[in-house]
Design a protein. Structure first.
Length: 148
């Protein structure tokens, strides 16, 4: 069955994308939950018009994301954490602390946009995180975890 996605779904696709899924998945999950509609000819025309109107706005948003990525490219963050005498961190460093450190530098980045390479950072040292600013724009940022 062909459907049109009404919002981004991580493992399926992006908003207004026409995809083919199994009938049961569409009828029992996607359509009742409001994630998709059936891709009829009239619905396809409406989606095509929406995409055409949104193209200019998307380009502007992408350009802003690329500009922010250039500003973040060479930034290095320092995050303080309480540590033991062996260098192990009490707790862990996650995207919330990285977001707060970016806000201190003047960048308002949501924590949900930050993906840390390792699941839990529990040691002092240099680490990397990826900030996904746009569907097509992401930047890798380095940060040091130091003992407080």
């Amino acid at each position: 069955m062909e459907i049109i996605l009404l919002q981004d779904i991580h493992s399926l696709g992006h908003k207004d994308q026409i995809i083919r899924v199994k009938d049961g998945f569409a009828n029992n999950y996607l359509i009742p939950k409001g994630f998709a509609i059936v891709a009829s000819t009239s619905a396809k025309k409406v989606v095509a018009e929406n995409i055409r109107q949104r193209a200019h706005k998307e380009d502007r948003i992408k350009d802003e994301a690329q500009e922010l990525a250039k500003q973040l490219e060479n930034k290095k963050l320092t995050i303080g954490a309480k540590t033991s005498s062996t260098g192990k961190i009490f707790g862990s460093v996650n995207s919330i602390q990285i977001s707060e450190a970016l806000q201190k530098k003047g960048f308002n980045i949501d924590r949900k946009m930050i993906h840390v390479d390792e699941e839990h950072i529990k040691e002092v040292g240099a680490h990397k995180a990826v900030i996904k600013l746009h569907r097509e724009v992401s930047v890798e940022i380095e940060f040091d975890v130091v003992a407080e």
